[in-house]
Design a protein. Structure first.
Length: 181
């Protein structure tokens, strides 16, 4: 995940009550097994609240950084206005563009090499649409014999907007699959 995106998400979380002093990227991860010490009033001699870091297993949905960011529109809009996030160059969410993406994806087999699979998933996520994750998952499920949900989430969660494929990647592979727009 890009530093700018992580910090934008952290800033967005402050609007929901998170600590505004904890927006830098170093606050993103605490390793299980370590202890988090929260000092009262910022005074290390005032005694600490000892909080062990534990791993929780969730059987619920997983969320990519993009999905979280899209749920925080004020923060993401500020970052997009500054041009700091590459996925801000997404494709306009119009009926025409949606039809174009769906038609193009119909010419790209999800039963492909890992590199093409990853690039197509990342290109779909780069669109920046509120439902791009569902579009990517639906495309992946067209390879019914190969689709595994955990593999999809691993690829989606590894999405890196600093070096991601774009709509052009979808077009390239669709043309290779016989699409003629």
């Amino acid at each position: 995940m890009a530093v700018e995106l992580a910090e934008a998400i952290n800033r967005g979380l402050t609007e929901l009550g998170a600590d505004p002093a904890a927006t830098d990227v170093s606050r993103l991860l605490r390793l299980p097994g370590f202890r988090h010490m929260k000092y009262r009033d910022g005074d290390r001699n005032d005694g600490a609240i000892d909080c062990p870091i534990v791993t929780l297993r969730s059987i619920g949905p997983r969320y990519t950084a993009v999905k979280i960011a899209n749920a925080l529109p004020k923060t993401m809009n500020r970052c997009r206005a500054k041009g700091r996030l590459s996925f801000s160059k997404g494709v306009d969410d119009t009926p025409r563009q949606r039809a174009r993406v769906v038609e193009a994806l119909g010419h790209v087999s999800a039963d492909c090499s890992y590199e093409i699979y990853r690039d197509i998933v990342w290109a779909i996520l780069s669109l920046g649409w509120h439902d791009c994750q569902q579009i990517a998952e639906a495309w992946c499920k067209t390879a019914t014999d190969r689709f595994e949900e955990d593999n999809f989430w691993n690829v989606a969660n590894s999405y890196d907007e600093t070096r991601t494929p774009t709509m052009g990647t979808i077009i390239h592979h669709a043309r290779a699959g016989g699409w003629d727009e």
